[in-house]
Design a protein around this ligand. Structure first.
Ligand SMILES: Nc1ncnc2c1ncn2[C@@H]1O[C@H](COP(=O)(O)OP(=O)(O)OP(=O)(O)O)[C@@H](O)[C@H]1O
Length: 335
């Protein structure tokens, strides 16, 4: 295992705190984002996601916390942080009155790129984001998806290694959303670190290496999508049989299951007659699957189809940000 220090992480926060008046928005949260990964902050409306992005991207200051971005201390070296990052917020920096290309060139000027380099960078990015045909048109004529693409293209003009994307696909249709995911994946494969906030759990599931769920100013749970899904009940293995007789004998065997198969004995099984299917509660872990398979072998059961169902991130989100009961030790287990 490698040791990570605030300097070897792309983003590191310890005890990040922010209050507006007597409302505590971030109550001392810790974040650790390794370089070249996608980290997603999830949370319901008003949870403090945008506040976290604004603090980490130097737009507003924290009340407390040790914060490092790109190895630079936010408190003492915000200029260096600004030079290392790109931010696309919910309120786009795109100017609708001028063309896409003019927006890009304006950005190149802001980054003090020499004129020829600015033109080359703008042309490359317009091409990469499939905006060449629209480059000479005023941005006010662009679709929502085109504006988002331009917004990200503008963010990349300065070649940032760390990008904050605050709800980058809100309001986009499914195709544009998938295109945006492709763009984000491409950035990460080039070594860029992405800090992503989203309300779309599917988006975090698709993109993020690690996900933190923000609730009541604290990180309610953090882990990979798979780890988070294991926090909530609902996972199961489903066995489907083509032959009713095989199904019936498996159902009987399941009811008579012995302590030799502890996973099964603990969980029990539920026959679902209509579909000739049996459902065995399981967290989907390798250990439990092995115990289920061992038991099937020893009981001489051969299903025609075996599928593993894990809860989706929606289940996790509702469990962690609502009233559903998630044991504390499980929360800690994935931290
Ligand atoms: N400048 C401000 N002054 C006072 N309160 C603020 C300010 N900015 C944000 N807040 C409050 O802080 C809380 C967190 O807001 P924030 O925008 O960070 O949430 P969010 O998780 O990004 O929400 P959403 O998903 O709706 O974008 C909200 O209750 C909001 O009203």
């Amino acid at each position: 295992m490698t040791t990570t220090t605030p300097h070897s992480l792309a983003i590191a926060a310890k005890g990040l705190r922010k209050a507006y008046g007597d409302k505590t928005v971030l109550d001392g949260i810790d974040l650790a984002v390794p370089a070249g990964t996608v980290f997603s902050l999830l949370g319901p409306n008003g949870a403090g996601k945008t506040t976290a992005v604004k603090i980490l991207s130097t737009l507003i200051t924290a009340d407390a916390g040790e914060l490092h971005v790109g190895g630079h201390d936010l408190a003492t070296d915000p200029q260096a942080v600004r030079a290392a990052i790109g931010v696309t917020g919910q309120f786009s920096a795109v100017d609708g009155l001028i063309t896409g290309e003019e927006n890009m060139l304006l950005m190149a000027d802001l980054h003090l790129l020499p004129r020829s380099e600015g033109r080359r960078t703008a042309a490359e990015l317009l091409e990469r984001f499939d905006l060449v045909d629209a480059a000479q048109k005023p941005v006010s004529t662009y679709s929502g998806g085109m504006k988002r693409r331009l917004d990200i293209a503008m963010t990349l003009v300065g070649g940032p290694r760390i990008i904050f994307l605050d709800e980058p696909t809100t309001g986009l249709d499914p195709r544009s959303r998938h295109n945006m995911w492709g763009i984000i994946r491409e950035l990460v494969s080039g070594g860029v670190t992405v800090f992503l906030t989203t309300q779309y759990l599917e988006e975090a599931d698709e993109l993020a290496d690690r996900i933190a769920v923000l609730s009541d100013g604290r990180i309610a749970a953090e882990g990979s999508a798979e780890e988070l899904k294991r926090l909530v009940p609902g996972g199961h293995v489903r066995l489907r049989f083509a032959d009713p007789a095989a199904y019936r004998s498996a159902a009987v065997a399941l009811r008579e299951v012995t302590p030799l198969a502890p996973g099964l004995a603990r969980a029990g099984g539920t026959p679902i007659d209509e579909a000739l299917s049996l459902q065995i509660p399981s967290d989907g872990s390798q250990r439990e699957l092995r115990s289920i398979l061992d038991w099937l072998d020893s009981a001489g059961i051969e299903a025609d189809e075996l599928t593993v169902h894990t809860p989706d991130l929606d289940d996790v989100f509702f469990a962690l940000t609502g009233t559903a009961d998630v044991p504390d030790q499980l929360r800690k287990a994935v931290r």
